[in-house]
Ligand binder design. Sequence first.
Ligand code: ADP
Ligand code: ZN
Ligand code: ZN
Length: 767
Amino acid sequence: MPYASVALDITTRQLDGAFTYAVPPELAADAVTGATVLVTFSHRAAVGYVVSTSDEPPADVPPQKISPIEQVLAPSAFDATAARVAAWMAHEYACPLCEAIRPFLAPGQKVRVTRSAPDAPWELVNERAGAVDARWAALTPAANDFTPAKTASRQRAVIEALRQGPQRVAELSATIPGAAAAVTALAKRGVVQIESRRQIRGADDTTLSSAAAPRPERLTQGQLAALAAIDEARAAACGDVVLVDGVTGSGKTEVYLAAIERALADGRGALVLVPEISLTAQTVGRFRSRFGDEVAVLHSRLSAGERFDQWDLVRTGRARVVVGARSALFAPLSDPGLIIIDEEHEGSYKQDKSPRYHAREVAARLARERGAALVLGSATPSLEALARCRSGTYRDARWTRVEMPERPGSAVLPRVTVVDMGEQFRGGGRSIFSAPLANALLDVARRREKAVLLLNRRGFANFLMCRDCGCVPECPHCSTALTYHERGHLLACHTCGRSWPVRAYPDPSTACPNCGSRYLAAFGVGTQRVEDELRLLLPADVEVIRMDADTTRAKGAHQRLLEQFDAAECAVLVGTQMIAKGLDFPEVTLVGVINADTMLKLPDFRAAERTYDLLEQVAGRAGRGERPGEVIVQTWWATHPAMRAVATHDRAVFLEAELAERAEAGYPPFARLANVTVWGRAEKDVRSTCDDLAAAVRAQVGDTPGWEILGPADCVKARVKDQVRRHVMVKAPVDADLGGLLGACVGSLGRRVGINMAVDIDAYDLM
Ligand code: ADP
Ligand code: ZN
Ligand code: ZN
């Protein structure tokens, strides 16, 4: 009789791993690797997943002790290779095996079972609500002569997307709210044609025109070089990595499309990951126009029913190109020749709940297991990726960087000016807007153009800063910026746990430790105040639109504000970082950054990198259209390498300084860093658990060089919903088995009532 190794979906570390069950003959065809099954575990029914099968009974369990699989609940969702990757994830990220398996399951599948009658078979609870919309939309020739009304921006968005080629209405609706109504309206006018079918079966038997997106006549030198490197990695078929390091608009997407064509020609498939926020109708359209119904789209804005349907197209081999957000990595594509991660540096590729994986690392593993090539693309690659390319190899794979420094054609990079706010202050400037920014805004108003103002709220008002010299009080022991806590008027270090009353740092008054100025104050202004001051500055006929958490709370508000800005003749859009990404307004001629540096002083070693990425991204948004763009960046740290690099369009300025600092302090990419957070209502128990954990790690690590334990300390968010939060950070050498060690330490603590713990390996969020 065959046997199956089953991972139980019970998330206690004591039951982690897989258990052997017997496969009864009548289930033999279905109880295969990847199937969801019902078993009995210590006299109770449990859901589990088959991770492998064998004809031999295990050597260490007597046959009469092996109980049978009761029922198969869902067909196979993953193969043996995927099961190996899941096992690797469980170890690497120190999480229970079942949590590492869940991302591989069918969308909508729940762990719960139910049955209609006491003797009826059990069924899995599935969330597949929402009928599947099988309609496709395409432009008709009449679209060439049709101009939508100025206010009909949805119609414009739909037409814009369909110019890339036919698309599914459900996908349009997921990225353009109200798209379905716009499609209907456009169909009435004969501009759009609608066809109902699950898939388009090749261009011949469909009436939909395939007005494919324009293909460039010839590729640039950079694009050809990138393709050559990707070809080589595909041929090697062992998980080699190509980093396409290209400025915004340099044609990276075009490289992906060409590489996918080649993978398909080889009879293999491709996985393409895009940050959720960049997964717009245009992006989807570009892939659909090239690969038609070979494409499956997977992201969270689609209904569960839609997601399941697309996933099933992949599982059954009908779609061989998967385009989606982070979780699309786990789509059941059996033979990808290529895995692509666009905007590789994006923090959103790190999942913030268990399994706390990074898509880049899982993709690298998957590429190796599947014999595929991994392509990473970015205008601001992560320091991790850059460091690996410098050394040439990482975890047995080759890492190659290809630069694409230019935009095709005549498009130019915008002019960037960095304004030193300390200098403005000393010159008597007390306004939110420096003189150069105020003048530029007035010019925009005079020329009847549009501007975007970014107010960075991340890390806002969390620290004190000297208005004269820009100095921020730091911990003398950790050189981490001290965080200001209004309650208690305290300055705290979240690396080592020390804190000082503001008055005692420095002694004796609230003055700058660097220059003695008394203008030491909490940092930052709100969007509301920026809006108010803008209205005072600008003529009344300039529209001011504010976009932040307050104004976008209502459903659809985000889109409405963007439409308002789009339809305006002359306007300024003020917003938090939510406006920095994915927006493309060709008419914007000025981008202002009110406070470039709020993030710089976060107690987070990636603070400078994030600041640089954000500024580069914002700068890339200006001047996409006919008129050249201008970018003005206001900062109190004008000499910071991130600011100088943005001003000169020279990343090396930032990179060299940042890498030197990381190397010196022993942070990634020169070390690994894990963050273990412990939280609960009882402070005493949280403290003792944290202390025990630190002791367990210390006992394991001893004096091994390269390892360091930081804390325990309060988290920056020390209290959330009445729960106390503390953490321990662990640094380890780059090649250390950090997950294995921490998994064992956490396991050794046993279960603690009322205590929650999160192990975050290669952590991104240190707060
Ligand atoms: P990225 O993904 O790097 O931002 P895209 O691939 O979107 O860049 O290309 C930016 C623009 O340049 C697009 O409009 C694209 O059609 C165009 N483009 C890309 N490659 C070429 C090329 N070789 N020749 C002409 N235009 C190109
Ligand atoms: Zn000072
Ligand atoms: Zn400290």
